[in-house]
Design a protein around this ligand. Structure first.
Ligand SMILES: Cc1cc2nc3c(=O)[nH]c(=O)nc-3n(C[C@H](O)[C@H](O)[C@H](O)COP(=O)(O)O)c2cc1C
Length: 345
């Protein structure tokens, strides 16, 4: 599949740093580091986050691809240092001679990658799986997404997120009450939110092949965020109960331009943006690490026990929405660059 905007990330949750290399950005794009860091801050905030957010204030360092504030066409490398690393240097050492059992754990955490990951990669100490499956890696993805957003902003594209439901709560006050209640009982919560990108050109994506449909690409990008369990477009999640005459967005003319009175399609028809707002709805499952532990199995002696607990969030829906914005920004930036000349701005 031909891609213009590509990136790879590396880094463990308690390792030295997280890194990303972005390839394909046009030369001449202004890189506002304050904006990148403000996005990182947004990811760390939100009611219900755990203690780690007090330890770390993430900032990204740009180490290649940018000169005097602008991209120069070469790969852009971003680094976020883990502030907590000094306490983990021994446990996360890359050297064979430093081998230790400190912080090793063997009880699978239900809802996490521990079991499948340890079978797949043949690892005994489940920390080998936790360290990369942790949502910590989404910090560097948000930094990459912020760069993609700078490109989108250059072309006038807008972005916002709205929280729709957390537990039974449907407004800010109720969200907080739900989260407080869950925290008191050692439980956790997920939630539902929507991300809206506006002022997109018509025709990003394509109807000609399944792997070029923009809704498919966005669904993959968002569904693979840790803890995301459902993704839909516009009113898609209710489409099964609505008749065609009520679901499809009729077209009208206003000053010679096509307008719509509804947006049940969420801005996508035939795998392409149609000029309406792109509306992506996302459901995050409850955080799987519970202070009141879940029943599980100890892999070291194959007995039933309780799950390992490690510092954790009660609810991370706000952070998840920032990650979803970032992932969608990357898909849209790629599509924009495929559609328009993109060697330079
Ligand atoms: C921003 C964000 C923060 C998260 N924080 C935690 C956390 O503190 N504790 C936890 O157990 N899971 C947390 N998760 C969810 C897990 O990483 C995720 O459920 C797990 O890796 C298994 O992946 P899956 O749910 O996609 O199957 C978080 C997810 C996101 C997106």
């Amino acid at each position: 599949m031909f891609e213009k905007f590509r990136f790879l990330t590396s880094g463990e949750s308690h390792g030295k740093c997280l890194t990303a290399i972005i390839e394909g950005l046009p030369a001449g794009l202004s890189i506002d580091t304050d904006f990148i860091n403000s996005e990182l801050k947004r990811r760390q905030q939100g009611y219900g986050r755990g203690d780690r957010m007090n330890i770390e204030t993430d900032t990204a360092e740009i180490v290649s691809g940018v000169r005097f504030g602008k991209t120069i066409g070469s790969p852009v490398t971003l680094v976020i240092y883990n502030k907590d690393y000094e306490n983990w240097q021994k446990v996360m050492s890359t050297k064979a001679e430093d081998q230790t059992d400190e912080k090793a754990f063997y009880t699978y955490r239900p809802g996490h990658a521990d079991y499948a990951g340890s079978v797949k990669y043949n690892r005994h100490d489940l920390r080998d799986i936790l360290e990369r499956s942790s949502a910590r890696k989404t910090a560097i993805e948000v930094a990459v997404g912020a760069v993609a957003k700078l490109l989108l902003k250059h072309y006038g594209v807008s972005c916002k997120s709205t929280f729709l439901q957390i537990g039974q709560g449907k407004n800010e006050e109720e969200f907080r009450a739900e989260i407080d209640r869950a925290k008191e009982t050692g439980d956790t919560l997920g939630g539902k939110f929507e991300v809206i990108y506006g002022r997109l050109p018509v025709g990003l994506g394509s109807h000609v092949h399944w792997d070029r449909a923009i809704d498919g690409r966005i669904a993959q990008a968002v569904m693979s965020i840790p803890a995301v369990k459902a993704v839909s477009f516009g009113n898609g999640e209710n489409a099964y109960e609505i008749t065609g005459s009520n679901f499809h967005d009729e077209m009208f003319l206003s000053d010679g331009k096509i307008t719509r009175k509804t947006n049940n399609a969420g801005g996508v028809e035939g795998g392409m943006t149609n000029g309406e707002d792109l509306v992506v709805k996302v459901v995050m499952k409850p955080i799987p690490t519970l202070r009141t532990p879940l029943k599980t199995v100890d892999s070291s002696d194959m007995t039933e026990t309780e799950a390992h607990f490690e510092r954790s969030d009660t609810c991370a829906v706000e952070a998840c929405s920032v990650v979803a914005e970032a992932r969608i920004a990357c898909v849209l930036a790629n599509e924009l660059m495929l559609k328009f000349p993109s060697d330079s701005i």
